[in-house]
Design a protein around this ligand. Structure first.
Ligand SMILES: C[S@@+](CC[C@H](N)C(=O)[O-])C[C@H]1O[C@@H](n2cnc3c(N)ncnc32)[C@H](O)[C@@H]1O
Length: 414
């Protein structure tokens, strides 16, 4: 987008590559995506990454739109009492992996609950939604899957995380949120001439895999991770590792989805189990089932149908779920059958109209929706309400401490 410096609305300080100008603002609230919000001199909204509500900050603006501008904090002139020094040194280098390390842990939870409440009111058309904090994982060493780019160098390719609001990569070695084995692998592996990599470990089995793209040729991944290139896999699922959740051993292939940590997965299973209370006896639909986490770990007594569109995850679900039916198709294309309860855990985009229609057509009186995006939860809540469901409660799980990412378990009944 062309930038018009002559008519820019804010006073300017210095400017560096990638930024249009700097502006000093007072933030008043937290937006649904995790940036603080201020009002610019011309009335436009200013979204500020790296700020908290109630702060005076100087912002490097790098995105201008007719109704809003967006940028990142370069100086804090008046700090919130909830501001803390980010525990990870990579934040100061610009690492974009953890956007809320500057927020005190209790305040992170409070802000996530408020963010979800706002999404349910504004987008979900709920009058007074009941939103509360649920369990969380500890702040460090929890991630058992990391996606990285590759920093080429004379000694080979080093793992790098993308910098905030940039394509630049920041060295990923010693990442505080990664499982200790992954953190070591990130710092000591040579990723050869790969451009991207997904490194995964089973925290409770000691197994692990690394998937490098487009190729793993010349790479040397440490910590015993079984390494494979995308070019070797073709469309196949590739090598698998195992993880143990709630006493169930789950096969997870290199390309299959799995939650960020086994302890987070267990907390989620407990929250979903509580949300299913009173659902009665009969068939359970596990929609967007992945490798079958809920269908396996809930210990549902009765028929279970798992619906999952990824061939790799559906194959794992078949291996993990004795006695359940696994249907590999998109939920929107599934022919619904009668059920007493539905657990739906869609990707960030949410259920959407088609997903809600299919799941409502099961006739299930209880729908437990697991959402990883506050805005899509809001939209899905409005669609579910239109389909006859009433939202009883939303529980915000703090499964990604140090980041604005939410995981929300909502119970709908009708
Ligand atoms: C957030 S993950 C949840 C997986 C699983 N419930 C778990 O907790 O591990 C979403 C899953 O939905 C699958 N998926 C994405 N779009 C889908 C669709 N339209 N229909 C069915 N499955 C879909 C993805 O492959 C992924 O496995």
């Amino acid at each position: 987008m062309a930038r018009n410096y002559r008519t820019r609305p804010f006073p300017t300080a210095t400017r560096s590559a990638g930024e249009a100008y700097r502006v000093t603002v007072e933030t008043t609230a937290m937006a649904i995506g995790g940036a603080a919000v201020a009002r610019g001199a011309d009335g436009r909204v200013v979204f500020v990454e790296g700020a908290l509500p109630g702060e005076t900050v100087t912002v490097a603006v790098d995105e201008e739109r007719p109704r809003f501008v967006r940028g990142a904090v370069v100086e804090v002139l008046g700090a919130s009492s909830a501001r803390v020094v980010p525990p990870c040194p990579h934040v100061a280098e610009g690492c974009g992996g953890c956007g809320w390390q500057h927020v005190a842990p209790d305040e992170q939870v409070r802000l996530k609950v408020a963010m979800v409440g706002e999404a349910l009111v504004r987008l979900g058309r709920q009058d007074a939604p009941v939103v509360r904090a649920g369990e969380g994982t500890g702040p460090f060493g929890y991630r058992t899957t990391v996606r990285v780019g590759v920093l080429p160098g004379p000694g080979g390719g080093r793992a790098g995380f993308r910098a905030s609001r940039s394509h630049r990569l920041v060295d990923a070695g010693g990442c505080l949120t990664a499982h200790p084995r992954l953190a070591r692998a990130l710092g000591s592996s040579d990723l050869g001439r790969a451009e991207r990599a997904v490194l995964r470990v089973g925290a409770r089995t000691g197994e692990g895999v690394a998937l490098l793209g487009p190729s793993a040729r010349g790479a040397l991944v440490t910590e015993g991770l079984v390494t494979v290139g995308e070019d070797e896999l073709g469309k196949g699922p590739g090598p698998a590792y195992h993880e143990v959740v709630a006493g169930r051993r789950l096969r997870i292939s290199a390309r299959s989805f799995f939650q960020a940590s086994p302890q987070g997965a267990e907390a989620l299973v407990r929250a979903v189990g509580r949300a299913l209370t009173g659902a009665g006896q009969g068939a359970l639909v596990d929609a967007y089932a992945g490798v079958g986490l809920f269908a396996s770990a809930l210990g549902w007594e009765g028929e279970v149908v798992a619906v999952e569109s990824s061939p790799s995850s559906a194959a794992d679900a078949r291996a993990n779920l004795a006695g359940a039916e696994v249907v590999d198709c998109r939920v929107e294309h599934w022919a619904p059958r009668p059920a007493v309860a539905v657990v739906a855990d869609p990707p960030r985009s949410g259920l959407g109209r088609a997903g809600v229609e299919v799941l409502a057509a099961t006739g299930a009186p209880c729908l437990v929706l697991v959402s990883c995006d506050a805005a899509s939860l809001g939209r899905d809540a409005a669609l579910a309400q239109a389909a006859g469901f009433r939202l009883e409660e939303s529980v915000v799980m703090d499964m990604f401490p140090g980041t604005p990412h939410v995981e929300v378990v909502s119970r709908f009944t009708r």
